[in-house]
Design a protein around this ligand. Structure first.
Ligand code: SAM
Length: 278
């Protein structure tokens, strides 16, 4: 049914999906239902949706939420949405979701354009919200949930897990979308940790370490000293916490320990680039 409606709209408006904008439209109602169910969307919710596309998810969100803000970059799509729907509680914002100012919301539910997965997620993690249910490329989702010491553990895993609990709700094959994408997807639930458990990491330090993902911490730090503006001689003859671990084995708390130590030793300054999410 969704597929028929999609084909009808594409042909009615002579619209060709743009690959460069990640326009792979969902044509399986189960996935939309799952996103709504996991997001526990109810009449008190203000939902942020990025990339409403032809409005199939937006329609279901609008039925249940108090308000939906839908940010869409493609003017052609906005025109179609305005003609096809008469939503009272949906506000469409034209722009690039990575650049535009976001309104207040408490839930984010979206079938994301994969090109913006990373900047979107980091922008999201700087905000206060209750939960987010988001579609990602499967490989990206696997990196988000990867645990320290595992093959997929990366800067992304660490930065996300320092601030939120993350789980893959369901894996989704290519056939759930039109046009069919080249990669599999996954629906992910992100729940921010309670404020007192969030670990705000120093971005420069994380970047410096992860430039040498497989090296011992002591070695990685020395080799990347310039990245956080430190003379590598200062790192000589000191015993850095967790220095016997390899970078890809570090938990967010381990990195915080290293940061605190470097501050206490006067190697990095108290106010050096303490980030709130990215
Ligand atoms: N929600 C629809 C669905 O599930 O069928 C469409 C999802 S489609 C994967 C991604 C949508 O995001 C497209 O409508 C595309 O035009 C839009 N988009 C792409 N880049 C964007 C950006 N930077 N900011 C806002 N919207 C964007």
């Amino acid at each position: 049914m969704l597929k028929d409606r999609l084909f009808f709209l594409l042909s009615k408006y002579n619209l060709r999906a743009r690959d460069s904008l990640g326009q792979n439209f969902l044509i399986v109602p189960d996935v939309i239902e799952k996103a709504i169910e996991v997001g526990e969307v109810s009449a008190n919710d203000v939902v942020l949706e990025v990339g409403p596309g032809l409005g199939f998810l937006t329609e279901e969100l609008a039925k249940r939420a108090k308000k939906v803000y839908a940010i869409e970059i493609d003017r052609r799509i906005i025109e179609i949405l305005k003609r096809e729907y008469s939503w009272k509680n949906v506000e469409i914002i034209h722009g690039d979701a990575v650049k535009v100012k976001w309104p207040e919301f408490n839930k984010a539910i979206s079938n994301l354009p994969y090109q913006i997965s990373s900047p979107f997620t980091f922008k999201l993690l700087k905000r206060d919200f209750e939960k987010a249910v988001l579609m990602y490329q499967l490989e990206f989702a696997q990196r988000m949930i990867a645990k320290p010491g595992s093959r997929n553990y990366s800067r992304l895993s660490l930065m996300v897990q320092a601030l939120a609990d993350v789980e893959i709700v369901m894996k989704i094959g290519k056939g759930a979308f039109y046009p069919r994408p080249e990669v599999d997807s996954a629906l992910v639930l992100l729940t921010p940790k309670p404020k007192e458990e969030r670990i705000y990491l120093n971005e420069k330090l994380v970047n410096a370490l992860f430039q040498h993902r497989r090296k011992l911490v002591s070695k990685a730090l020395k080799e990347s000293a310039h990245v956080f503006g430190v003379d590598r001689k200062k790192l000589k003859n000191i015993i850095i916490p967790h220095s016997n671990k390899r970078v890809y084995q570090l938990t967010p708390q381990d990195i915080k320990d290293i940061e605190e130590f470097l501050k206490a030793e006067g190697i990095i300054s108290e106010n050096s680039n303490n980030i709130s999410g990215v």
